[in-house]
Design a protein around this ligand. Structure first.
Ligand SMILES: Nc1nc2c([nH]c(=O)n2[C@H]2C[C@H](O)[C@@H](COP(=O)(O)OP(=O)(O)OP(=O)(O)O)O2)c(=O)[nH]1
Length: 137
């Protein structure tokens, strides 16, 4: 696919942080692209949504937790070219949420210290974001 034809895909992602400064990673289930890799919860920004609204929706759908747009602080972003699209992915930090994350879509879940994240294979867009979390936490 030529550079011009590759669309930009906007995906909002969230580093949920617990009281011990650990970040929740979710393992992409079998059958999805990038299956088995550990990612930040989130998803595609739908028409008419802000990225913050996307995250409030996705965190509820994927993990069964509640948060608010005001509880999402922008940290950094990924800009990465995949075969079929160019991913633009703002990464937010959320320390204030209600409920305990549940694997509602059959995904693996793990609370991980940022310095240990390199032990978890992640999509290529995600690894460059780890130092920002190490600095923050
Ligand atoms: N949610 C999330 N998606 C990520 C991360 N890193 C990364 O490259 N992605 C990519 C994977 C997907 O191509 C896209 C997010 O799509 P999605 O999570 O909403 O939808 P999906 O699982 O149905 O994806 P797909 O099977 O359609 O590719 O962004 C990440 O840390 N979190």
């Amino acid at each position: 696919m030529s550079q011009e034809a590759r669309p930009i895909l906007l995906v909002a992602a969230c580093a949920l942080v617990d009281a011990d400064g650990r970040v929740l990673l979710a393992q992409r289930p079998e059958g999805k692209s990038l299956a088995g890799l550990w990612e930040y919860p989130g998803g595609k920004v739908e028409q008419g949504e802000t990225p913050e609204e996307t995250l409030v929706r996705e965190l509820e759908e994927e993990l069964g937790i509640e948060t608010r747009t005001a509880c999402l602080a922008p940290l950094t972003f990924a800009s990465h070219t995949y075969e079929a699209f160019h991913l633009l992915m703002p990464l937010y930090v959320c320390r204030r949420f209600w409920g305990t994350p549940q694997p509602r879509e059959g995904q693996g879940l793990k609370w991980v210290r940022p310095r240990d994240m390199r032990d978890y294979p992640m999509p290529p867009a995600d690894a460059p974001l780890i130092p920002f979390l190490i600095d923050l936490l």
